[in-house]
Design a protein around this ligand. Structure first.
Ligand code: ATP
Ligand code: MN
Length: 534
């Protein structure tokens, strides 16, 4: 196959990155990257046409190895701590030079792309990848400039991605051999020692989460978004596994994006990205038709089990529970063409409460909305080993603490202001357990969650009666079209009502303990949104 036929590069890897004598493949097509990955023995073709690869030792992000260079730009604004760990600028330069030496002389895959679909916020990205499939991931996930835009493309940010490079923690100042480091002065995301592709997208997300609020008066959000026939935008916040990607893919609404968005001062909501990155564990065509059908030529399946006939076993989690597929957004049928919507009319906070305590749908007051946004609750289901059935509460401020360099209250204040101005409805959706905690109850049926969201969007919950949760104070609809009445009040789904009350108190206590560090920043309205218990 003849490569590089279409584009001539207008820059030098040596001048721009310091990389010497590399064989650069610039802006290869997805077909070329697919084929090269297979020819190199780094992937196989599934019978859906998708490329199936393994990301190596890392099948998920490594948050403990994520650093931010502490410099003039970041030192006063970043909320330093366990999430945002500082990295010394000189150490960065040393490590960068080592990675560059490592990449020199190699065959490299380079791509120009951009993020932020709203043209006023467009940020150009130039990425250098050691592996062809990592470069295909960037084609899928970032926005794709057209040919005319490539002629005079200047990168705003760069990603240098060397999965097979290994750091030496003693010398390099990292915690391990792998690292993901953001440098705001040099505008570089330096990623090494891990092939997990999500590090690149979440690296750029984290950079935007600093830049947009501090420099462009725009709120970055870890949420999905779609828009209805009347142009009404809905956004869905939630931590990993709570349903952002699943629930935003809705045939009756146009998808804006599945993971990262900005809400601007011009009252638009725009996607940062140009693709989706969906979990595929237990995926079926029946339950998630849009995602299932997006898995075709061009898509990359990660860490799935595939037989020699190309059949994927989506139930097999022997490599990881976090099996994924990335695909460009046009693999979904119903997409908002410019990936920009207007002010949202409805905001959903998704949580997968494995304690089975929170109602499947409830309406939040502005105070509750702020309280739950700052709390960022979901539950993690403990290991799948026999006998371990206790879920663990997990709080991640703004439903995305690992990606938020600023203090959570800075995002929360922006969100509260924007919600007030736009007059949005805010809903809490529990996509987690009902009828008891994990181990006893069951996960809420996807079809019911979809119906609840749909009815809220259609305005069909405006005129129904609500009852208030005794401890959490949430307003739960007493009826909802297309949903069985008995699932709406969580206590009613438990056989043992005392056990429910005890669990609810236990969860409320976790909320309270977690919120202590934010109480000094919260006003009376927000504190009134907290659960109440003796
Ligand atoms: P990430 O931030 O990691 O991309 P996400 O919020 O996009 O996570 P999804 O990829 O949508 O999460 O994962 C939700 C998972 O939970 C899917 O595998 C989906 O099939 C499953 N699921 C089961 N029941 C429900 C439900 N009631 N609502 C939503 N998802 C459900
Ligand atoms: Mn997702």
């Amino acid at each position: 196959m003849e490569l590089n036929s279409q584009f001539t590069k207008t820059f030098s890897l040596e001048k721009e990155f310091g990389i010497k004598n590399a064989k650069m493949h610039y802006q290869l097509s997805p077909e070329e990257l697919h084929e090269i990955s297979i020819n190199k023995g780094q992937g196989v073709e599934a019978n859906s046409g998708a490329l199936a690869i393994n990301t190596g030792k890392f099948t998920g992000r490594a948050p403990k190895d994520r650093f931010i260079v502490k410099d003039e730009i970041t030192k006063d604004d970043v909320w330093w701590g366990k999430v945002n760990m500082p990295f010394d600028p000189d150490k960065f330069d040393n490590l960068y030079n080592k990675v560059i030496d490592y990449l020199s002389g190699k065959e490299l895959f380079v791509r120009d792309s951009y993020v932020c679909a709203d043209k006023n916020y467009r940020t150009n990205i130039r990425v250098v990848n050691e592996h062809p499939w990592s470069n295909l991931f960037c084609y899928n996930m970032f926005l794709r400039p057209d040919n005319s835009e490539l002629a005079n493309f200047t990168p705003d940010w760069k990603i240098v991605n060397a999965p097979d490079f290994q750091a030496d923690p003693e010398i390099d100042g990292t915690r391990s051999k792998n690292f993901a480091i953001l440098n705001f002065t040099k505008k570089i995301a330096l990623i090494g020692g891990t092939g997990y592709t999500g590090e690149m997208k979440k690296g750029i997300f984290s950079a935007l989460n600093f830049i947009l609020p501090t420099q462009k008066n725009t709120l970055p959000m870890h949420c999905s978004a779609n828009v209805g026939e009347d142009g009404d935008t809905a956004i869905f916040f939630g931590l990993s596994g709570t349903g952002k990607t699943t629930l935003s893919a809705d045939p009756s609404r146009k998808l804006i994006g599945d993971d990262e968005h900005g809400w601007t001062k011009e009252n638009t909501v725009f996607n940062f990205e140009g693709g989706c990155y969906a979990k595929v564990i237990d995926l079926t065509e029946e339950k998630e038709p849009d995602i299932y059908r997006a898995i075709k030529k061009g898509a990359i399946l990660e860490n799935v089990i595939i037989d020699d006939k190309g059949n994927v076993d989506f139930e097999d989690d022997s490599i990881t529970q976090n099996t994924r597929v990335s695909y460009p957004i046009h693999h979904i049928d119903n997409v908002q063409p410019n990936l920009v919507g207007e002010n949202p009319k409805n905001i959903f906070f998704l949580t997968a409460d494995a304690f089975g305590v929170l109602p499947p749908i409830s309406k939040l007051t502005p105070g509750q909305a702020a309280y739950h946004f700052i709390s960022g609750y979901t539950a993690k289901v403990a290991g799948t080993e026999a006998g371990i059935n206790e879920p663990v509460p997990s709080f991640s401020a703004c439903f995305g603490a690992p990606f938020m360099p600023l203090h959570p209250t800075r995002y929360a204040e922006m969100l509260s202001d924007k919600m007030r101005e736009a007059g949005v409805n805010v809903w809490l959706i529990n996509t987690g357990w009902t009828g008891g905690p994990y181990g006893t109850g069951n996960r809420m049926k996807l079809k019911y969650t979809r119906a609840m969201i749909n009815e809220a969007l259609l305005g069909n919950l405006k005129n129904v009666d609500f009852e208030q949760h005794e401890i959490f104070g949430l307003h739960m609809p007493k009826e909802c079209p297309n949903v069985p009445l008995e699932v709406l009040n969580p206590k009613k789904t438990w056989k043992d009502k005392d056990a429910y009350d005890a669990k609810a108190k236990h969860l409320a206590k976790s909320f309270k303990d977690n919120f202590e560090k934010f109480e000094a920043y919260a006003n009376d309205e927000i504190m009134a949104g907290a659960p109440k218990f003796e």
